[in-house]
Write a protein of this length. Structure first.
Length: 216
């Protein structure tokens, strides 16, 4: 290998290393920006002061600021998968943020969190609630399994019932009815589930009528 080739190869490697280092520094700075944004979620000012930040005045303002951060969704997903190096932020904080600034790409992440028993219970509750609000029909089966299992956290089962009532799938009616009849469930949860079941049946009936009118 002559000197010119060796020099060219060394130059190319040096350039690639420099570009890589720039990328790493840029990514780390973006992660720090996202962490600061996470700390400023609107809560009590006392809570914000413990994190040495000033919270945004409204959730809308906070959400808007988050959406302006380039790559925020991917960074949040990375935090969920690999952890976050800041003791003042818990995994549920990250999942909560993802429900505000995530896209359809986040749906698979939320479904994964929902069924992962190693996740924080509050992370799973947030995932269940968001999948319900988004009316993700693919989430019906895992939500039904959670509602049916007495081994699951009571509040997660409760949130899953609420999510199923939002999605409006007829296949969830029997599961919710069994939940309402389950004497091991807190009475206040069962009473609310009964109201949700009525709304669910009304929603399904309305959908069926709409489909019938469209066919005519």
């Amino acid at each position: 290998m002559n000197k010119f080739v060796r020099y060219s190869l060394f130059t190319a490697i040096s350039l690639l290393t420099f570009i890589y280092l720039i990328f790493v520094v840029y990514h780390k700075n973006k992660e720090k920006e996202v962490i600061q944004w996470l700390k400023r979620v609107p809560q009590s000012q006392e809570h914000a002061e413990r994190k040495n930040v000033i919270a945004y005045e409204s959730i809308e303002e906070w959400e808007g600021a988050g959406r302006k951060i380039k790559g925020v969704e991917n960074i949040l997903i990375n935090f969920i998968d690999n952890g976050i190096k800041d003791d003042s932020i818990n995994p549920p904080d990250v999942v909560f943020a993802l429900t505000y600034v995530g896209s359809s790409k986040s749906i698979s992440v939320l479904k994964r969190i929902l069924v992962d028993k190693h996740q924080w219970p509050s992370s799973r509750r947030i995932a269940a609630t968001e999948l319900g609000l988004m009316r993700i029909y693919d989430a019906v089966e895992p939500l039904c399994k959670i509602v049916s299992s007495r081994d699951e956290e009571p509040l997660l089962r409760y949130n899953s019932v609420a999510a199923l009532s939002e999605i409006g799938d007829p296949n969830s009616i029997l599961i919710i009815e069994e939940y309402i009849e389950d004497s091991s469930v807190r009475e206040s949860y069962r009473n609310l589930a009964s109201k949700w079941l009525v709304k669910l049946k009304e929603k399904i009936e309305k959908t069926e009528k709409t489909k019938y009118c469209e066919r005519r």
